[in-house]
Design a protein around this ligand. Structure first.
Ligand code: GLU
Length: 314
């Protein structure tokens, strides 16, 4: 007879584990660099730290600054990919690959070598192709992603104008990537429109708590446990998880899989969002980043959490 899965830890035990993990990892924040961003944003404050876990039944456990808002940045690529898969299904992968890049997230070099086809949807080139697909397939491309995020969280997702201004000002490399892909025919809409959609999506405000909540559909075979609404088919939800596991944390994805063993996506504002299939959505946030661009304390917190709760799928 197959053995039954271990009973999930009781709520109080989870609270204790979260508090202990936070205590043991938040000091690492001081050892990394905060990405250059407007100083009025909380994500510019190196001492911020939060950890949130959202169970499939709706129970949420949080510690630290879990309700402080910050720009979602690259974590939005998960929701943009999801929105595009909803519209065009796996045809999306005719235009973007499914391999880790092993290169920085905004590298032009690999793209040129590989005929303008991005390695995966989580490097910037791939996310720009996803935006291009959304522009072609959605009546309201921004709303397809922001609306999805809002539905998953249970409150409207809004753009932070300070973050948006900063994103627009620092979008030269993204524009260059867009133009390179235009020359190869991978991007089909005007680069200005594609980059504007991308930077608006990166500037959506989230919190550690809302990202933990929003990732739960991926832990639940594609169904949003809050509303019971199917977001993706089960096979597609598994594919998004596979991409997060192999490509979601810049070129440290192998080490994340080794240490944490569950799918994650990180962003420059210091969030690392993950999901543990069948169990919960999770997010850690701390702005200082390591040399690969992942939150230093966030990564340590999720590593400890994985060890304490036996979360590795591998
Ligand atoms: N706004 C950033 C960019 O594309 C997002 C980067 C990230 O979070 O990795 O340059």
């Amino acid at each position: 007879m197959p053995s039954s899965p271990p009973a999930p830890p009781a709520t109080t035990e989870l609270e204790e584990v979260l508090a202990d993990v936070a205590e043991r990892s938040r000091h690492l924040a001081g050892e990394g660099e905060v990405e250059d961003q407007p100083e009025e944003l909380p994500s510019a404050e190196s001492t911020r730290f939060a950890l949130a876990l959202a169970e499939l039944d709706g129970t949420e456990h949080v510690t630290g600054d879990a309700d402080v808002g910050f720009a979602v940045q690259s974590v939005v690529k998960v929701f943009a990919l999801t929105a595009a898969l909803r519209l065009v299904g796996e045809d999306l992968f005719d235009r973007v690959g499914r391999e880790p890049s092993g290169d920085p997230f905004n590298s032009l070099v690999q793209l040129e070598h590989e005929g303008g086809v991005p390695r995966n949807p989580f490097i910037n080139a791939g996310a720009l192709v996803v935006c291009d697909v959304l522009l072609g397939a959605a009546d309201d491309p921004y709303g397809a992603v922001a609306g999805l995020l809002g539905d998953l969280v249970g409150e409207e997702a809004a753009v932070d104008d300070t973050a948006l201004d900063a994103e627009r000002e620092s979008s030269a490399l993204n524009r260059a990537i867009g133009h390179l892909m235009t020359s190869f025919g991978t991007v089909r809409h005007p680069v200005d429109e594609v980059v504007e959609l991308y930077v608006r999506l990166c500037s959506l405000t989230v919190t550690t708590r809302t990202l933990a909540r929003a990732s739960r559909f991926l832990a639940n075979d594609g169904v949003d446990p809050r509303t019971g609404t199917p977001v993706l088919t089960e096979p597609l939800a598994r594919r998004v998880n596979a991409l997060m596991l192999t490509c979601g944390t810049y070129d440290a994805a192998g080490q994340f899989a080794y240490d944490l063993g569950f799918p994650c996506k990180s962003g420059v504002a210091g969030a690392v969002m993950g999901d543990v299939p069948g169990r919960f959505g999770v997010c850690a946030w701390s702005p200082p980043l390591d040399e690969k661009g992942n939150s230093r304390a966030g990564r340590a917190a999720l590593h400890l959490l994985s060890e304490r709760l036996g979360l590795s799928l591998l």
